[in-house]
Structure formats: C-alpha cells, structure tokens
Design a protein around this ligand. Structure first.
Ligand code: G1P
Length: 289
C-alpha cells in the first residue's frame, strides 16, 4: 500500500523563535530563499506523498496561501517578463494537494494528529514536524516509509543526541535488531538526562497507522498537560507494534537559533552566485585569531 497523506501540525506558537514569530508563523521564517515549511512539503513530495494535511489555527492561514496561486503577483511577474521567477512561484502551488483542518485549541502534538483523523480515515499516513529539516540523503520520511511498508508496522525516526539535550525530545528505550533499526520497548517524553533510557531522540518524522487514533482518543493529558503523541506511541510499543529507524542525513532544528542560522548559511553556500562573497563576508565577521 502507498502512503499518500502527510499530517503537518502547524498551529503551535513558535515560542522558541520569539520575537521573530510574534506575528509571522515560525513555519514561514525563511531558510535562505524559501519558507521553512516548503522544505518539509518538498521532502514529502519527493517521497511520493500527494496530499498534505495542515493542522492549523485561524491566525496562520498564510501557510496554506503559500501553497496556492498568487494570481496578482503572477500578473506582475508576467508583465515584467520575469519568466524564471514566475515559474518558481507557480511551481509551489502545483506541488501537492492542500487540505487544512483546524486545531481549535492548542492541546499538544497528539491532539494535533487526532484532529486529522477524519481526513486520514483508514490509511497509513506520515506525520512531519516542521521544525526538523533533513538533507543530504534520501528524504527522511522515505527512509521510514520503506521500513513501515516492508514490516507492516508504524515507524518513528530517531537520531542520537548528546545526553545533555535529551530533555528536549521524546527518548526511546529500544533494541537494535538490524543496523540502525530498532524495536521500541518504551519511551519517555522530555526526560531529565539522568532518567533517559537512551540518547535516541524522536525528531519529527513518523509513519503511523490509524490505530494511533484510538490510543490518542483515550489518552489523559500527559507531560505539560498536553495530549502527547509520545504517550500514544508508548501504548503501541507496549503491544510490540512500533519500530524506529535512525535517520541518515544532516539535520537542522529550525527552532534553535544556531541550527536555524546554520541552515541559512548551508543553503546560501550551495548557491554559486553568492558563495565566494558570502564566505568573504563571514570571514570578515570573525575576530582575527
Ligand atoms: C515533539 C514531541 C517530541 C519530539 C519532538 C521532535 O516535541 O513531543 O517527542 O522529540 O517533537 O521535534 P515538541 O518539540 O513539539 O515540544
């Protein structure tokens, strides 16, 4: 069976990126020339996903608009004869089908996923959290999908993080059964370093089946008073119904300023038109050693 749909929760406040995100959604902050969320949608598209389900709130409709036509702008570009940019802005509207569902209250990542239940119906689906960008390898979500389809099980994407950073993530207790593939036995949401069962952190890439909805519906609020996706995944793990794959590639957490700025520089450095001037400028910013 093919996975056609991805749920992308985008209703969060983006508090880690304030004050930039006071009025601009964090998903619309640019990484080099494109808004962050476009990289996530492109990753989904490269994997063969055709339908993107944004779980959104009433203040961030600009996200959906980015994946629609902007006819007034297109007319201007046409008049200017700027064919290249015209194509570039049109292309974004042609990438995928956009479906939006409302998360009327911010009750957590698990709650956001549950809001998409009626759209997903009875198919396996992907979940991608927009803060995590993955490059330099096969699309991250594709790495999970292949395992999910062969093993016929839900799969979460993980990376190894330094122990002092485990309290930012859902952390797994897992057994490696093949290189970089794990059977998940349990997990903890944002544990203290001394309590963490490992340093394998979930990083915003999941392939799930509709059985997750039943678990989410029956959950009591967990860490931070939120309906946690981690708590529903924990129930799958207890039933031996969850695998994990260590993701390959370069990862940027765009909610972290160092990673966000590094991602911008990384992409700008790949653009031959800027590269040497940018390197020169960056050098001039460093104190002489
Ligand atoms: C969420 C999940 C956490 C996961 C993280 C990855 O946390 O609850 O398990 O590790 O996404 O980005 P959040 O970053 O929304 O607090």
């Amino acid at each position: 069976m093919k996975i056609r749909k991805v749920v992308i929760p985008v209703a969060g406040w983006g508090t880690r990126s304030l004050p930039a995100t006071k009025n601009v959604p964090k998903e619309m902050l640019p990484v080099y020339k494109k808004p962050t969320v476009q990289y996530v949608v492109e990753e989904a598209m490269q994997t063969g996903i055709t339908d993107v389900v944004f779980v959104n709130n009433q203040n961030k409709r600009i996200i959906e608009d980015h994946f629609d036509y902007n006819l007034a702008l297109e007319a201007v570009l046409e008049r200017m004869g700027n064919k290249e940019m015209l194509q570039e802005v049109r292309k974004v509207a042609q990438m995928v089908n956009i479906i939006t569902v409302r998360q009327k209250e911010q009750l957590g990542l698990g709650h956001a996923v549950l809001c998409a239940k009626e759209v997903i119906k009875d198919e396996p689906f992907a979940v991608m959290v927009g803060d995590d960008l993955l490059f330099d390898h096969e699309p991250g979500i594709k790495q999970l999908m292949e395992v999910a389809l062969t093993e016929n099980m839900p799969v979460v994407g993980v990376v190894d993080v330094p122990r002092e950073k485990v309290s930012r993530y859902g952390i797994l207790q897992a057994e490696e059964f093949a290189p970089d593939m794990y059977r998940v036995r349990g997990m903890m949401e944002k544990p203290r370093p001394e309590d963490a069962p490992s340093t394998l952190a979930m990083v915003g890439r999941y392939v799930l089946t509709p059985e997750i909805f039943t678990h989410l519906e029956n959950l009591a609020p967990g860490k931070g008073g939120e309906i946690q996706l981690t708590d529903a995944l924990q129930l799958l793990a207890k039933e031996n119904r969850l695998l994990a794959v260590k993701l390959k590639g370069r990862r940027f957490d765009t909610g972290d300023w160092v990673d966000y700025l590094s991602a911008n520089i990384y992409f700008a450095l790949q653009d031959k038109a800027l590269r040497s001037e940018l390197i020169e400028n960056l050098r001039s910013l460093l104190p002489a050693s």
